[in-house]
Structure formats: C-alpha cells, structure tokens
Design a protein around this ligand. Structure first.
Ligand SMILES: [Mg+2]
Length: 228
C-alpha cells in the first residue's frame, strides 16, 4: 500500500491505548483487582495503587503510570510488596473477561487494512494469552497474523526484540513496516528495530520522535493514507 510514508505492507500495533480504548478497558478492571487482591487493607491498597499509578479517588489510571507502558513482569515486581501476585493476576483475568473496548473507528480500519492485504500484528507488553483473549472477544482474530506479548520469547518494549520478533514471524522487512503506539516504549522499540513509527497522542516530545503522529487512530490513519 502506497502511503505518505512510502510503501507499507506490514503494520504492528501496540494493544492498550492503540487498538483498545485504554481507560474504558482497564480503569474498572485494575481498580477492582487491586481491591480484591488487597482484601480490604487500606494501607496495602494505597501502596499497590501507588506502585502501578492508579488514582483511588477518581478510579482512573494516571497518565504516565507504570501500568500504561511497562511489561507485566515489571509491574509484578512493583506490586509484590503489597499483594499476593497470583491472587492479583487471577483477579485481573476475572475482571478483564468481558471488558475489551476498541478505539473508536478501529474495527473499520482493520477491515480496510486487511482488505488491502496489509500484514497485521499485535506487539504488546501484556501477556500473549491476554491479548489473544481480547482479540477473540472483539472478533478480531482473523485480522492479525501474529501476536507478540512480553512473554512470547522476544523480550519486552522498549527493547527492539518484540518488534524484530514480529517481523521475523511475518517475514517482513523493517523498511516497509510501521509500528503504531501511544507511548515512548512503543516508539523506542520501533526505532530500535528500524521500522517506521506512528504515534497516537498529543505529547509533542513523543510526536517529534515518530515519523507521523495524530491525536486519534482515525486522524492518524487519515494522514498516513491521505496521499497514498
Ligand atoms: Mg499502549
């Protein structure tokens, strides 16, 4: 597909905040899991919430919270002093069962890219199994050729490993591939792997690192495909 960035035949998507509406999907799930895993102990709850960047007063995940970008492995290390990790992970899986909320316009965009024979992958710092469950919930399984999580054997973002791993599985060249994400971790991982990068968000510092940027997935892809 000819785009403003040149020929692109492969697009790698971050999951949370990129494919999925981050707050609609995770605010309630994380709050409920933190409460469940700390069993009514206010001090443990406050410590755990602080460790991952959850605002107990508003019930929302803070901007730049560790939960936004870090791998589950790193988040586990932060939480270990405050919760039983197995219990927490079990509660997360339980509350996340039915809650994947797509970004506005995402399903239509995936249909369009898939129809144009673009190879698509998910590259997430969440677990591969959780990503697959959410794709299944949304009816998106057939759109994605590859799903790489922090536990798929390629390391975690911001290292280049997961992007390179997805490219290897797809048989794609970095030069004709685009990594799309909403955090510095996504951009660093893409830049390290030598792919083109697209940033969804409104932070100028991150926008300046990416080849293309936009405030939402719809506006971002309008500008990528505009002159294609
Ligand atoms: Mg993200």
């Amino acid at each position: 597909m000819q785009t403003v960035l040149g020929e692109i035949n492969t697009i790698l998507f971050d999951k949370d905040g990129t494919l999925l509406d981050f707050h609609a999907t995770w605010d309630h799930v994380l709050g409920a899991a933190l409460r469940e895993a700390t069993g009514g102990d206010g001090q443990q709850l406050a410590g755990a919430a602080n460790a991952v960047g959850f605002d107990l007063a508003t019930g929302t995940i803070l901007a730049n919270a560790p939960f936004v970008a870090e791998s589950n492995h790193k988040l586990g290390k932060r939480l270990r002093p405050f919760v039983d990790l197995d219990g927490f992970n079990q509660a997360m899986r339980h509350f996340a069962k039915e809650t994947a909320v797509p970004m506005l316009g995402m399903t239509g965009l995936l249909q369009q890219l898939s129809a144009a024979a673009i190879r698509l992958a998910v590259v997430t710092n969440d677990s591969e199994a959780q990503a697959r469950r959410q794709l299944h919930q949304l009816g998106w399984v057939d759109y994605f050729d590859v799903v790489v999580g922090y536990d798929s054997g390629y390391g975690a973002k911001p290292d280049a490993g997961p992007v390179l791993g997805a490219l290897a599985l797809l048989g794609s060249d970095p030069v004709t591939s685009l990594m799309v994400g909403d955090t510095m971790h996504d951009l660093r991982s893409g830049l390290g792997a030598g792919v083109l990068t697209a940033y969804i968000g409104e932070e100028p510092e991150l926008a300046s690192l990416a080849d293309v940027a936009g405030p939402s997935i719809v506006t971002l892809f309008e500008s990528i495909l505009a002159l294609g």
